[in-house]
Ligand binder design. Structure first.
Ligand SMILES: Cc1ncc(C[n+]2csc(CCOP(=O)(O)OP(=O)(O)O)c2C)c(N)n1
Ligand SMILES: [Mg+2]
Length: 213
């Protein structure tokens, strides 16, 4: 975008776990060196799967990693919608104004397991999870909207029903979609398949007799 002289910016979201990887440090370094229009939003939910924040890094904050790249780093309460939007707006203005990248560390507490393959009860106390839900930023915003008369439980109910219908329709459409043949896994990788993959594709095709995979 910068090379094309486009007035655009990139918002890149990453977990706290991801910031322990070299890719993150290399990316913020390059963004600093080249004054790239990027906003790195780190969702610090205190866990990288089962590794607690305290074991992930010796840095006191994740935001301070920005200093090493010559970037501003800000910590916000990620459960505070308005504080988060303000931090994001400021960083986007900076990016659009050609002043370069920003790292925002949005501090929250994870509300569930890492994935459906994870079972956080093995390493996290029920009390910790309960406290996280009490601070849930969506609930907090909802309470504020209700208190200020901008939203209501009835409107919420209608919205939830609409969303449910949209999701169910998408699932139905997905389930009604005919499965791709196994050769398709090689069909969208290259403009022209390399010989080795071409051979594999032929082998797969010769064994494939249609129907379910
Ligand atoms: C390049 C790479 N290295 C390691 C992994 C393994 N891995 C998957 S998720 C994860 C931790 C992610 O932490 P975070 O983003 O904080 O996720 P959360 O537990 O909050 O959902 C790791 C190390 C991976 N998927 N990719
Ligand atoms: Mg995390």
């Amino acid at each position: 975008m910068k090379i094309r002289d486009e007035n655009r910016a990139v918002v890149c979201c990453i977990g706290d776990g991801g910031t322990s990887k070299g890719d993150f440090l290399e990316s913020i370094n390059l963004a600093g060196a080249w004054h790239l229009p990027v906003v790195f939003v780190v969702i610090n939910n205190q866990w990288a799967i089962s590794t607690p924040r305290s074991l992930q890094s010796g840095a006191e904050t994740i935001a301070q990693k920005a200093i090493s790249a010559g970037l501003p780093g800000h910590i916000v309460d990620g459960n505070d919608y308005f504080a988060t939007i303000e931090a994001l707006d400021t960083a986007l203005d900076r990016a659009h104004g050609g002043k370069g990248a920003t790292v925002i560390e949005a501090v929250i507490s994870r509300l569930g397991d890492h994935t459906t393959a994870d079972d956080a009860t093995r390493y996290r106390t029920a009390e910790d999870l309960k406290r996280a839900w009490e601070k849930d930023g969506i609930k907090r915003l909802q309470n504020w909207l209700h208190d200020s008369g901008l939203w209501s439980p009835d409107k919420e109910k209608t919205l939830q029903a609409d969303c449910k219908q949209t999701v169910e329709k998408a699932v139905e459409d997905y389930l009604a979609t005919e499965a791709e043949p196994p050769m398709a896994m090689l069909d969208y990788l290259f403009e022209t398949l390399p010989c080795a993959l071409q051979t594999q594709r032929e082998q797969i095709a010769s064994k494939y007799r249609g129907g379910d995979l």
